[in-house]
Design a protein around this ligand. Structure first.
Ligand code: SF4
Length: 398
């Protein structure tokens, strides 16, 4: 296991050298052999995930903490209450996410202070278009995920055990210190699945909040309400990936369920966390027009018109590399449909130059923000209002 010193880490974060990139951008970061490794649970027959029997280490390693929320029983079994899988583990077992283990009747997270990806990103990359634009987010990930998405973009880290990956050593105060030194306005918990390194995220976010740094949850939203409620005390913004609006598609594409994700969206909305929603349009899976219309209707009724919606273009990946990319016309049509339904800010992602990458005032329709990739070349919001007509623009602008 190779660790970088904090000085090396910061130097790389500031200069943007490859070793600090998300692994999807940096092959050099990976221990040899990992990319070719296949885990039975990552196979096509295990979309729902399973508990890994007898795969916990004998004792917790240095980067372990007792889990935030679990139930223990007298026969040393534990039930993890972080996400709706609620894995029941006997001593020696490991949860579906691969990052939680039962060691002698105590549930531990093995993802604490051991990020496998650290990078300084434009906040627009999360994507968050209405949250402190033109600032950077100090972005971290630890191994593990509670989903098994067939189209995962970061499967090398999401479908891995913490012990399998090369990682940095950064405990929560180190993360906050590094974020400050890079000038980041926020810390983003991202790339893999933040819910599966909940303890690390929660402690880091508390310290960051006290230091005046914002916290951003980038997640599939598959989390139980009680831990999410606790997290809402310390996070400022979230982008939740609403992967489809059909429970059967959630089960066959992602290994999750729809209802808990909708509950998460409602909780974040009710707790007034800045919320943006992402929907990846996957041909043959999530490009059904009627399903998309139902999704828009639910968003409007449950959350209102002001949460930005990002429609992302799919590119062949991972186990869906036989599929074509999403046709741009589909994304254009979906954007039009969502806006006609009443969602005010609808974006198209992964299509450079598309007009859906810009922000237009919902009232006067004039361009507020012009983007070229993550670069902002025009900015017409002043005092949180449209510079042209004075309408209030939803978001956190300063
Ligand atoms: S966080 Fe991991 S161990 Fe806990 S319930 Fe979810 S998948 Fe299971």
């Amino acid at each position: 296991m190779t660790k970088l010193t904090r000085r090396e880490l910061l130097a790389a974060a500031i200069t943007g050298t490859a070793t600090l990139c998300c692994p999807s951008l940096s092959r050099a970061f990976w221990p040899s052999g990992r990319q070719a490794e296949s885990d039975a649970s990552a196979g096509p027959d295990d979309i729902t995930g399973h508990i890994f029997k007898n795969s916990a280490p004998d004792e917790p390693w240095k980067w372990a903490r007792e889990a935030f929320d679990y139930i223990g029983t007298s026969d040393l079994k534990t039930t993890c209450m972080i996400c709706p899988h609620e894995c029941e583990l006997s001593p020696g077992d490991r949860g579906i996410c691969r990052s939680k283990v039962n060691i002698d009747g105590t549930l531990y997270s093995l993802s604490y202070g051991d990020p496998c990806a650290v990078h300084l990103d434009p906040v627009e990359k999360k994507p968050l278009f209405h949250f402190k634009p033109r600032t950077t987010a100090f972005s971290i990930a630890a191994a593990g995920c509670n989903f098994r998405c067939l189209n995962c973009q970061n499967w090398e880290i999401s479908q891995a055990r913490p012990e399998e990956l090369r990682h940095y050593e950064m405990f929560p105060p180190d993360v906050v210190k590094a974020a400050k030194q890079t000038g980041a306005a926020s810390i983003a918990y991202t790339y893999s699945e933040a819910v599966t390194f909940f303890e690390y995220m929660y402690d880091t976010a508390g310290i960051a909040k006290a230091a005046g740094i914002s916290n951003l949850l980038i997640s599939n939203g598959f989390v139980n309400k009680a831990p999410l409620d606790a997290l809402c005390d310390v996070i400022d913004g979230a982008n939740i990936n609403l992967k489809s609006f059909d429970d059967s598609i959630y089960r066959k594409l992602n290994g999750g369920r729809l209802k808990p994700v909708l509950q998460t969206l409602k909780t974040l909305h009710n707790r007034k966390v800045h919320l943006e929603i992402t929907n990846l349009v996957v041909p043959g899976y999530t490009d059904d027009y009627n399903m998309f219309k139902r999704m828009c209707a639910w968003i409007l009724e449950a959350l209102g018109p002001d949460h930005p919606l990002h429609l992302l273009r799919f590119f062949p990946k991972y186990k869906l590399n036989r599929l074509p990319p999403t046709p741009v016309d589909t994304l254009t049509d979906f954007r039009k449909t969502a806006m006609q339904a009443g969602i005010r800010y609808v974006y198209v992602g992964n299509v450079p130059g598309h007009e859906g990458t810009n922000t237009y005032c919902h009232n006067c329709k004039k361009m507020l923000i012009r983007r070229h990739g993550y670069l902002i070349t025009q900015y017409n919001i002043k005092n949180e209002k449209c510079k042209f007509c004075g309408a209030s623009i939803p978001g956190v602008w300063s």
